[in-house]
Write a protein that binds this ligand. Structure first.
Ligand SMILES: *[C@@H]1O[C@H](CO)[C@@H](O)[C@H](O)[C@H]1NC(C)=O
Ligand SMILES: *[C@@H]1O[C@H](CO)[C@@H](O)[C@H](O)[C@H]1NC(C)=O
Ligand SMILES: *[C@@H]1O[C@H](CO)[C@@H](O)[C@H](O)[C@H]1NC(C)=O
Length: 155
């Protein structure tokens, strides 16, 4: 009898552990929900990235539920210089189509838009800031949750 009780206790303990890790997994998923975006790679001036498959990716968690169509808006996307950056409407991968000049434009403030097939917004637009790095600067620090944030140090 004591042995059976022991086994039941053991099983209960395992269930308790499984339960805990399950809820931890759920928390992780919820946290991921806010991660809408893969931050941009370093984008240096005077470097030709046009052959890269992508320099950033926008993504909506709604993607798991239904089809999403992505688009970009802002200067460098749907405003001059038009189509310097484009997004694959289905994958959310952001491509660059020109070589950047930091003196001309140090930062591009784009917004990623995610829509359902019926055209309504799936999420709030996401800021996609693309910071053009100086040719001679050190590698910048990217914040995974906030995208690219880069303060230029004194010359
Ligand atoms: C960038 O590279 C591509 C592919 O090699 C080339 O076609 C394009 O002319 C280059 N752009 C510039 C501005 O050098
Ligand atoms: C558009 O589609 C989404 C997802 O299928 C749905 O949740 C939403 O209610 C729809 N909006 C309209 C205005 O029909
Ligand atoms: C990155 O995020 C941390 C906290 O999330 C913040 O303290 C830090 O200042 C951020 N760094 C940059 C470069 O924005």
């Amino acid at each position: 009898m004591a042995k059976i009780c022991g086994i039941i206790l053991f099983v209960a303990l395992i269930l308790a552990i499984l339960n805990t890790s399950a809820s931890e997994g759920q928390q992780k998923k919820i946290r991921q929900k806010r991660e809408w975006i893969i931050p941009p790679h370093n984008v240096r001036e005077n470097v030709n990235y046009t052959n890269r498959e992508y320099i950033a990716k926008i993504r909506s968690d709604e993607e798991t539920r239904t089809s999403i169509r992505y688009s970009l808006t802002g200067s460098g996307a749907d405003q001059p210089p038009i189509h310097l950056f484009t997004v694959n409407r289905e994958t959310g991968l952001v491509k660059i189509h020109g070589v950047l000049d930091r003196e001309k434009t140090p930062v591009y403030y784009l917004r990623g838009v995610a829509r359902f097939l019926n055209g309504s917004h799936a999420e709030k637009d996401i800021d996609l800031r693309i910071v053009v790095e100086d040719e001679n600067d050190n590698a910048p620090v990217f914040n995974l949750t906030t995208g690219a944030v880069y303060e230029r140090s004194a010359i």
